[in-house]
Design a binder for this molecule. Structure first.
Ligand SMILES: *Cc1c(COP(=O)(O)O)cnc(C)c1O
Length: 315
């Protein structure tokens, strides 16, 4: 039986062996030490898995990303320095100049500005549709150069709920993935991958951290979207990456690993929005109580809704 979400909140991502520290260690190190430059070369060429420089990967961050991936039911995850970086990386990993994004119109203001203004300056167009749009309305937003669909499970601040199943259905009909920002419900209340989403993002700054201690973000890949089946749309994943010794991510890392490996090897390498290991440790501490806090938030919300619905001055 798969572990329950409560167990993953506490135990996921880090399983110490006999005699190892019970709490996740903070690897506060920029670099790793190697006996030979050949070993380091293999890591650099992605021929061997391992750590050498924290801008690319760090064991503390990886353990926390693995915990969130496990909570979401995904195949792989990565931490970013903020939720903004997570959403930008998730979209820019498969979109470039000349491409187009379909997005829900009710999303976080920062993400709206990112898509409508900043990514537009990079030559990426967008069309916005209401989160409760009909199948025909979503269909009509697509163009031949559309590369992904974006939405928020529960929008910040509109609190509208995305019809994930419908948006996923239309995205898949057009051969592109659905990216869902799951910041508000967290995987305790909703796991978008179970409803058809392909990639899930988070601002871990909010409920996941839970203590107002650290800004952070996370991307989780479902490992279900078949890039090779739509190879012409996603050349970045299906043709050689000249900036990384000609590696073809979808071939070398498969369904479960291609998206996150590309985002790490290319985008983290070039944009460098890594989360500090210290913040990843604090985020992990927050995640250990997420299932308890989200249950309490939900009780409070229900109590408030009941009170207001019976209040004579509230329509
Ligand atoms: C806060 C928020 C973001 C941005 O995250 P930061 O961690 O502040 O960069 C993105 N999406 C949603 C839904 C948010 O609430």
């Amino acid at each position: 039986m798969a572990p329950q979400i409560e167990t993953i909140c506490v135990q996921g991502g880090y399983r110490p062996k006999n005699g190892e520290p019970r709490q996740l260690p903070i690897y506060q190190s920029t670099t790793w030490k190697f006996d030979t430059s050949e070993h380091m070369g293999k890591l650099f060429d992605l021929e061997e898995a391992g750590y050498f420089y924290t801008r690319l990967q760090n064991p503390t961050n990886d353990a926390v990303a693995a915990k969130i991936a496990e909570m979401e039911g995904g195949s792989a995850g990565m931490l970013t320095s903020s939720g903004q970086a997570a959403n930008f990386f998730a979209m820019f990993n498969i979109c470039g100049c000349g491409d187009h994004i379909v997005s829900s119109s009710e999303i976080y203001g920062g993400t709206y500005n990112l898509i409508a203004h900043t990514m537009a300056r990079m030559g990426i167009e967008s069309t916005f549709v209401a989160p409760n749009a009909s199948e025909e309305e979503i269909d009509a937003a697509f163009k031949p150069n559309t590369k992904c669909v974006f939405g928020e499970t529960i929008a910040n601040p509109a609190l509208s709920v995305l019809d994930i199943e419908l948006f996923a259905k239309v995205a898949h009909k057009h051969g592109v993935p659905l990216i869902v920002d799951n910041t508000f419900p967290t995987p305790v209340n909703c796991r978008p991958i179970e409803w058809g989403a392909d990639i899930v993002t988070h601002s871990t700054t909010k409920y996941m951290d839970g203590h107002g201690a650290g800004v952070g973000g996370c991307i989780v890949d479902s490992g279900k979207f078949d890039w090779m089946a739509h190879a012409d749309k996603f050349p970045g994943l299906t043709t050689p990456d000249e900036s990384y010794h000609g590696v073809v991510y979808a071939e070398k890392f498969g369904l479960g690993g291609a998206f996150i490996t590309k985002a790490t090897a290319q985008l983290m390498r070039d944009f460098g929005s890594i989360q500090s290991p210290q913040n990843a440790f604090l985020l992990n501490m927050g995640l250990e109580s997420l299932h308890l806090r989200i249950a309490a938030h939900s009780q409070n919300g229900l109590g408030m809704a009941r009170h207001l619905s019976e209040h004579p001055k509230v329509a």
